[in-house]
Design a protein around this ligand. Structure first.
Ligand code: 6PG
Length: 470
């Protein structure tokens, strides 16, 4: 095989084939292969004229031999053991200076391990978060790259050519070494979970609180698409709510079973946050809500047994609902970026939070008008690196928080659960109170565990002289 390809793509599933076509359409020669070799020829046929820039290879040896050196090989395969197996198979065929790229939703801890193991062999390993689904992969994803400068030098021209663009700027960046890219993608997905959950909560309040139909809610969400909630997920939500099931003529969402799946990236966000002593209560609520939704049988049995006991309440205004969602979105992003900031310190990545906001403005699932405001905010200075204290964001919250309070009062009174929106407000109210309640927790811990506590007035660790009540 003549070494003519600029890059190799291994894995011709939904995302891999879309990325390969995007690379070919962008003028690069792409070697393609797949574990099931029988997928290759149909892919090339389906590619039409783009097949001129695609080289199908059915063995790993031919695939590697087709690649110009230093080689860049993008794997788009399931994360975990399949990636380790492919690394073991392909490594003997590679030379120092070659780069393996994992474009799947991998656990960043695996990426750090793989990167370290390959460094010893003079090879480079890149963990790249790719966001935007099939449409994004084919016509412009947002990409979050973690790896060496050597690999970025090879990849930058190709990734910038295929990336989504915001005001002409490619939505791709080299964010740091080894696991940095996959970690940022994981937090992206955590924010994605929270945003989807909060939109579903407002849908639930409108449906269960005021009996609004799916198409009516879809029309309302459609009206929000050009306001402060302008975003891909608002577009998606308006579209799916306005869709009709061709078999029954019913609104499509009304025939869909209310049990949410999750491949795990939202959960990983929480695990890593908690490991760093961080909390992302809106993301926690969203992951929890997906878990509770899976208990459909329990919920159906419980409904007639657990009375609402609801108070009478007035539905909030449409304007309040829109502002409440904006407040929730700001709070969930603030929590997500706090986790990124904590990881940047923990792993010495020097993450550029403004740059991350910028490459999320187009192509990715959480793309929104808010991210442009966040990018500007991160370019400025504000206390403690906490987004909710950035001047422009603080003003947006001041305008939106009262609406969130009114929406939550109404929902609580009607017995409609808004776990993520209420978690966001609880976090905000916690962060804006200088004197919290952990002093009582410290007293309790010292009473039964003699764990000690700090005093307000004297330095050092102290213990109480507790006398148990008679
Ligand atoms: C993206 C999405 C994508 C996501 C899948 C399934 O950025 O394109 O986040 O990567 O992983 O849509 O996600 P869940 O099964 O975790 O909901």
């Amino acid at each position: 095989m003549t070494a003519i390809a600029d890059i190799g793509v291994f894995g011709l599933g939904t995302m891999g084939s879309a990325l390969a076509l995007n690379l070919a359409q962008s003028g690069f020669t792409v070697a393609v292969s797949n574990r099931e070799a029988e997928w290759i020829d149909p892919f090339l046929v389906e590619a039409g004229p783009l097949a001129d820039r695609l080289v199908g290879t059915s063995t790993l040896a031919d695939f590697v031999a087709t690649l110009a050196t230093p080689r860049s090989i993008l794997f788009m395969i399931p994360s975990g053991a399949p990636m380790d197996a492919m690394i073991a198979q392909i490594t003997p065929l590679l030379e120092p200076g070659d780069t393996i790229i994992d474009g799947g939703n991998a656990d960043f801890n695996d990426t750090r391990r793989r990167s370290a193991a390959l460094t010893d062999k003079g090879l480079h390993f890149v963990g790249m978060g790719v966001s935007g689904g099939e449409e994004g992969a084919r016509h412009g994803p947002s990409m979050m790259v973690g790896g060496t400068d050597h690999s970025w030098t090879q990849l930058q021209p190709m990734l910038e050519a295929i990336a989504a663009r915001f005001e002409g700027e490619p939505c791709v960046a080299h964010l740091g070494p080894d696991g940095a890219g996959h970690f940022v993608k994981t937090v992206h997905n955590g924010i994605e979970y929270a945003d989807m959950q909060m939109i579903a909560e407002v849908y639930g309040l409108l449906r269960d609180g005021s009996g609004k139909s799916a198409p009516a809610i879809g029309a309302m969400f459609h009206g929000w698409r050009e306001g402060p909630l302008k975003s891909y997920l608002m577009d998606v939500s308006a579209t799916v709510l306005s869709s009709t099931d061709k078999d029954t003529g019913q609104p499509m969402v009304d025939v869909i079973r209310d049990r949410a799946g999750q491949k795990g990236t939202g959960r990983w966000t929480l695990i890593e946050a908690l490991k760093m002593g961080q909390s992302a209560s809106t993301i926690e609520a969203a992951v929890g809500a997906r878990g509770w939704s899976a208990e459909k049988d329990t919920r159906e049995a419980a409904e007639p047994m657990l009375p609402m006991g609801a108070l009478t309440a007035q539905m909030p205004s449409d304007a309040d609902l829109e502002l409440a969602l904006l407040a929730g979105r700001i709070l969930s992003h603030a929590q997500g970026f706090r986790i990124l900031s904590a990881a940047s310190e923990e792993f010495d990545w020097q993450l550029d939070l403004a740059r991350i906001s910028e490459i999320w403005r187009a192509g990715c699932i959480i793309r929104s008008a808010l991210l442009d405001d966040l990018a500007s905010a991160f370019r400025g200075d504000f206390p403690q690196g906490h987004l909710i204290l950035a001047p422009a964001i603080r003003l947006q919250l001041q305008a939106a928080i009262p609406a969130l309070r009114r929406v939550l009062v109404a929902a609580v009174s009607m017995g409609v659960a808004l776990p993520a929106l209420s978690a966001g407000l609880a976090w905000y109210d916690t962060m804006r109170r200088g004197r919290g309640t952990a002093n009582l927790i410290q007293a309790q811990r010292d009473f039964f565990g003699h764990h000690g506590f700090e005093r307000q007035d004297v330095a050092g660790i102290h213990h109480g002289t507790w006398k148990a009540l008679g």
